[in-house]
Design a protein around this ligand. Structure first.
Ligand SMILES: [Zn+2]
Length: 277
């Protein structure tokens, strides 16, 4: 065997090792870490993420509520993961998904919404980023695949100090990720699908996007960080509208219908606002 063909073979085998089918899109792609490694990464980075956003809100009924809405949409998603949803106290409106399925929403974002289907929309959108591995692919791209693999190695077998450092790096990479417009459209579309499967009116997604868009117009800067991670344009709203309008699957829903769970949402929103810092 010539040197060249041996090299090709080696390259090919390493490519095949990382090649997998995306559970949400069905496309073949190159992912350098396994599902188990992805989960370990999220578990380690989670406390750092909570710390950066004011810590979990100290109110169990509120956490149970956010978890229950999140479970409704994630349990019917395209990827089985140990999903966990946490409300954190920061007044800065934001939501994040760590690799592995740990998802965070800030009190600041809860305070902008007015009913449960909008909350379901945020959590379904974040779930979609986990299902389609947007955050893993984003990290692979931002850090470089080999660095991500090294970080996973540290997280699993490193010393305490090294693990903490790696966890900080993962959290800050996720906070500073800028998802492409294509990923955002895909997360909206998948989120709409999961909302419908869970029995939520998918127009909640359009409501949510309009709330955020109006906020960004009236108070530019208030959503700055969130819009960096999840770019939002009027085109994105039109895209979500046409997905719902054009698919007979969603014909039973209209945007005029009231959300039967708006009352309970508003009670928990008040709890979150009281804890906001
Ligand atoms: Zn997003």
């Amino acid at each position: 065997m010539t040197r060249l063909s041996l090299l090709t073979l080696l390259l090919l085998s390493s490519v095949l090792a990382g090649c997998s089918v995306n559970p949400a899109t069905g496309k073949r792609e190159f992912i350098m870490i396994s599902r188990e490694q992805e989960i370990a990464l999220g578990v380690q980075a989670s406390p750092e993420m909570e710390k950066q956003f004011g810590g979990p809100i100290d109110n169990q009924p509120l956490q149970d509520y956010v978890q229950s809405v999140g479970q409704k949409v994630s349990s019917v998603s395209d990827r089985e993961m140990p999903y966990e949803f946490t409300a954190v106290a920061s007044k800065v409106p934001n939501a994040f998904a760590l690799p592995g399925g740990k998802i965070f929403i800030t009190a600041g974002l809860l305070s902008k919404m007015s009913n449960e289907r909008q909350l379901a929309a945020v959590l379904a959108h974040e779930t979609a980023h986990v299902c389609a591995l947007h955050n893993v692919k984003g990290m692979q791209q931002a850090m470089g695949g080999q660095i991500l693999v090294d970080i996973v190695g540290t997280v699993i077998g490193g010393t305490e100090g090294a693990v903490a450092e790696a966890a900080t790096k993962v959290a800050s990479t996720i906070v500073n990720l800028k998802y492409s417009r294509e990923y955002e459209y895909q997360a909206d579309e998948l989120g709409i699908k999961y909302m419908n499967r869970a029995g939520y009116n998918p127009w909640g997604m359009v409501e949510l996007l309009n709330v955020l868009y109006d906020e960004s117009q009236s108070e530019p800067g208030s959503l700055g960080e969130m819009l960096r991670t999840h770019p939002l344009t009027s085109k994105r709203i039109e895209n979500a509208e046409s997905i719902i309008r054009d698919d007979p699957e969603y014909a039973g829903f209209s945007r005029e219908q009231n959300d039967p769970s708006a009352g309970i949402f508003l009670e928990f929103r008040a709890t979150a606002e009281a804890a906001m810092k």
